[in-house]
Design a protein around this ligand. Structure first.
Ligand code: NAD
Length: 484
């Protein structure tokens, strides 16, 4: 078993308290590492290091900064196999998917490194005697606070633009899987950033996360996680009016209209529901199926859920690994119980497997509920597991649009129809940051991602995501002396 350290100010250090905490393999329940249990004292050190590095890093030419970020991306790709191995070990990510993520996600750093070189200001013509120009500057020290569900992607999406644009960062990965962030710090060390430009500090959200969100030396918090934590961070950050980028939870409607290609819809939606064992903010949360195609959809959807192969993430036949932790498995199971208690019908799955190797590890089989109503807890709250909620049948476009929008979240959504004009009308009326007409392929750094309502503030990806990490300054120049 390995002992890990934190990366602060260009040095590998233990927590000031000397304390550590265990990390477990979710597929076997075996302890795999001891991680430094950081606290406020360590946050102070990391923020101080990032503040000291800020003038050095932010004043480097853009080309030099971008080149170092590209070097980081290249080294991450070179280490993709090892990073994927760690992702599977600590998160239970199916091995082939982990390798795909490890090779694909450095693209977020490349996008930001090139994007930062293309950012330009503007001028505003006031009069022949006056020039006003706008320039973009880094925000300062940025705290990156990330969730456990996609450990690599969640960091790179923020790290790329933050670093490329001249900010310095303190990364706080999730406590239950921070080994990938530790590997990132090892690679950062090889790149040659000025000491303190990138810091990685481990520990619980309730101490390290809160200390960062309220720290006077932190100028911005870029956060992905639950809406509940997002609200807590907003409140802590309000004390010093920090810039916030919040990518929060979702309870995403998938609407199957009467003219949908039902076979495609059932297969694609089942795969989305079970992707990463359902631990995806953009997984379907509520299925609204038109009464004319309801029976056909249900039959095909259950068949597709049955076709999922939960199991050892290192087995090539496995399509779905375990849930990330015992606590999270218990949480998903408590939602299943609540659905049954409130009168929904569990028509498939939702059990703890008892056969080896899944009698160890935090597994729950894919589950399908029918007869779910708007008021039930499983229809309102994010389950974050492979549990599909098929709502009561609907029979009109206006009715289903109202039902889809009747939720505090507004992250993503799907509309399945062969009539694109009808689909685009839905896209106009659905309150969500993303609408997929069909499966909604397309994603990655070129596209903005971010939620409406309690699903968040700000965007990741695209030029919108890059500019989140800048301040816009107005410079007013008198070209001739003002008349007396
Ligand atoms: P979480 O909110 O529990 O934790 C996220 C991070 O915040 C962790 O690093 C945690 O240690 C830290 N944290 C916890 N309490 C804190 C506090 N009081 N102050 C500061 N930091 C604190 O979320 P999670 O369970 O790790 O992740 C799952 C959630 O993330 C789901 O709600 C999911 O929808 C959301 N998510 C959203 C997106 C998106 O793009 N919108 C992407 C992935 C995950």
């Amino acid at each position: 078993m390995s002992q890990y350290k934190m990366w602060i100010g260009g040095n590998w250090v233990d927590a000031t308290s000397g304390k550590t905490y265990p990390v477990y393999n979710p597929a076997t329940e075996a302890e795999i590492a001891q991680i430094p249990l950081g606290d406020k004292a360590d946050v102070d050190k990391a923020v101080e290091a990032a503040r000291k590095a800020y003038p050095v890093w932010s004043r480097k030419p853009q080309s030099e900064r971008s080149q170092l970020v590209l070097k980081l991306a290249a080294l991450l790709r070179e280490n993709a196999k090892e990073i994927a191995r760690i992702d599977t070990l600590e998160h239970g990510t199916v091995a082939k998917n982990a390798l795909f993520y490890a090779n694909d996600t450095p693209g977020w750093l490349e996008w930001a490194a090139y994007g930062a070189r293309s950012l330009m200001g503007h001028t505003i013509t006031v009069s022949p005697d006056t020039l006003v120009y706008l320039q973009r500057e880094p925000v300062g020290v940025v705290a990156l606070i990330t969730p456990w569900n996609l450990p690599l992607l969640m960091i790179y999406q923020k790290l790329g633009p933050a670093l490329s644009l001249g900010n310095t960062v303190v990364i706080k990965p999730p406590s239950i899987n921070s080994l990938t962030a530790h590997k990132l710090a090892e690679i950062v060390e090889k790149v040659g950033f000025p000491a303190g430009t990138v810091n990685v500090i481990t520990g619980p959200g309730s101490t390290v996360g809160e200390a960062l969100a309220s720290h006077r030396g932190v100028d911005m918090v870029a956060f992905t996680g639950s809406s509940e934590t997002g609200k807590a961070i907003m409140s802590l950050a309000s004390r010093t009016v920090k810039r916030l980028q919040l990518e929060l939870g979702g309870k995403n409607p998938a609407i199957i209209l009467d003219d949908a290609d039902v076979t495609n819809a059932a297969g694609a939606m089942a795969r989305q529901q079970c992707s990463n064992s359902g631990q995806i903010c953009g997984a379907p949360g509520r299925f609204y199926v038109h009464e004319k195609v309801y029976d056909e959809f249900l039959e095909k959807f259950i068949a597709a859920m049955k076709a999922m192969v939960p199991g050892d993430p290192n087995d090539v036949n496995t399509t779905m690994g375990p849930l990330v932790s015992a606590t999270h498995r218990d949480r998903v199971e408590s939602y299943i119980e609540s659905g049954i208690d409130e009168g929904a019908k569990l028509v498939f799955g939702g059990k703890r497997p008892t056969t080896p190797p899944m009698n160890k590890g935090y597994y729950v089989t894919p589950a399908v509920f029918t007869g779910v109503t708007q008021k039930m807890k499983i229809a309102r709250e994010e389950i974050f597991g492979p549990v599909a909620c098929i709502m009561e049948k609907f029979n009109s476009d206006e009715q289903v649009i109202e039902l889809a929008n009747d939720n505090v979240y507004g992250l993503t959504s799907w509309v399945w129809t062969k009539d694109m004009a009808r689909g685009m009308r839905f896209a106009n009326l659905i309150q969500a940051g993303t609408v997929g007409l069909g499966q909604g392929r397309g994603g990655g750094p070129e596209f903005p991602w971010g939620g409406y309502k309690e699903s968040g503030i700000g965007k990741e990806g695209s030029l919108y995501g890059i500019t989140e990490f800048t301040n816009l300054k107005r410079v007013q120049v008198d070209l001739v002396a003002p008349k007396k």
